[in-house]
Write a protein that binds this ligand. Structure first.
Ligand code: TLP
Length: 350
């Protein structure tokens, strides 16, 4: 009998904790993190700091908070952040750099959410009373709107070096840094060594229900800890959640390769559907995201996603006629094949 369960490809944030993860959560020793005695949160912070080769880490409720804490910790009102025009901090963080830190963003262009060192150099303002102070450079890896793109390490290092030589704090929005590492074969610290701070999400492809870490130097993290309290992100028995993140680091990193293989599998199918234009070649899909644009006869992205939902596939639009599909822990290769058939049917029924 055909199954009608919804295949949810809206994001890798939709994953639910596995039974083993739930067991780890229930078994976690707990304390009060604000009072400084939460053993499981402390264990997670030590683990992720060591993985990235940094002094310290701070467990926070979301990737948005990790990025915004980095910005607030480093920037003063009137400062400027250099980042790609398609970056998450511009599109999906509710204007927080302006609202919470009073910052401007100097946007850079470039294919796939990437840019070149010369663009970074050109974006840095002269130290002049007229200009905003260029304070921070943000590199997003993988790059979400860019297509789940992985920064080539050399290009990444060169951009970071250009920023650092001119005194900028380099921050990695590494919501999916582990996807970048699995896809490229580089260790997390190979990227992190070029940056002053890194945000890493446990609640995306790693499959934990809640939480991200901000990682960096000891003084930076101590200051960020104050702002975490100010932003209302200091939690109490959060070891319950941190235990899921420790479990994710121990068990769900290597398997990201399955999500990447499933994304290629899905891309091969999408490439063959009339009316859909896959971005890139199926075999060059970098990580766990598949993007396509729609022929005008299929309506806009929002309308197409409504039709997809009627065929039991959930997706979200990222642009007027651009749709994103994300593979993750809760979708199997068989689900991908079923989704591909449903997407073809949705495109045909338009
Ligand atoms: N991205 C979400 C949406 O906000 C778009 C998604 O479904 O992909 N940095 C990057 C690069 C991200 O992709 C995200 C989440 C975040 C930061 C924010 O993480 P959360 O959702 O935990 O605040």
């Amino acid at each position: 009998m055909p199954t009608t369960a919804l295949i949810d490809l809206r994001s890798d944030t939709v994953t639910r904790p596995t039974p083993a993860m739930r067991a780890a959560m229930m078994a976690a020793p707990l304390g009060d993190d604000v009072l400084g005695d939460e053993p499981t949160v402390q264990a997670l912070e030590a683990k992720i700091a060591a993985l990235l080769g940094k002094d310290a880490a701070l467990y926070v409720p979301s990737g948005t908070m990790a990025n915004q804490l980095a910005i607030r910790t480093v920037c003063e009102p009137g400062d400027e952040i250099v980042a790609h025009r398609d970056s998450h901090i511009i599109h999906y963080e509710t204007g927080a750099p302006a609202a919470l830190a009073g910052c401007m963003i100097a946007p850079l262009d470039g294919p796939g959410g990437l840019f070149e060192p010369a663009q970074v150099a050109a974006a840095i303002k002269p130290k002049d009373q007229h200009a905003p102070f260029s304070r921070m450079l943000v590199l997003e890896n993988t790059h979400n709107r860019g297509g789940g793109t992985v920064w080539p390490l050399e290009q990444f290092a060169a951009c970071a070096a250009t920023g650092r030589e001119r005194g900028l704090h380099v921050h990695i929005d590494g919501a999916r840094l582990m996807n970048a590492c699995i896809a490229s074969g580089h260790a997390p610290r190979e990227y992190a060594q070029h940056a002053d701070s890194v945000s890493v999400c446990f609640s995306k492809g790693l499959g934990a229900p809640v939480g991200s870490a901000l990682v960096g130097g000891a003084a930076f993290i101590a200051r960020a800890r104050r702002f975490r309290k100010m932003f209302g992100g200091a939690m109490r028995q959060s070891g319950l959640l941190a235990a899921a993140c420790i479990h994710a680091l121990d068990h769900h990193v290597a398997r990201l390769a399955d999500d990447h293989a499933n994304a290629k599998r899905l891309a091969r199918a999408v490439a063959a559907i009339p009316g859909l234009s896959l971005e890139g070649a199926p075999e060059s899909i970098p990580t766990n995201m598949v993007f396509f644009t729609l022929d005008a006869r299929l309506g806009n992205a929002q309308e197409f996603c409504v039709r997809l939902a009627q065929h039991d596939v959930a997706a979200i639009g990222m642009g007027h006629n651009r749709v994103r599909l994300v593979t993750h822990l809760d979708v199997s290769a068989a689900d991908i094949d079923r989704a591909a058939t449903a997407i073809a049917n949705a495109a045909r029924s338009a």
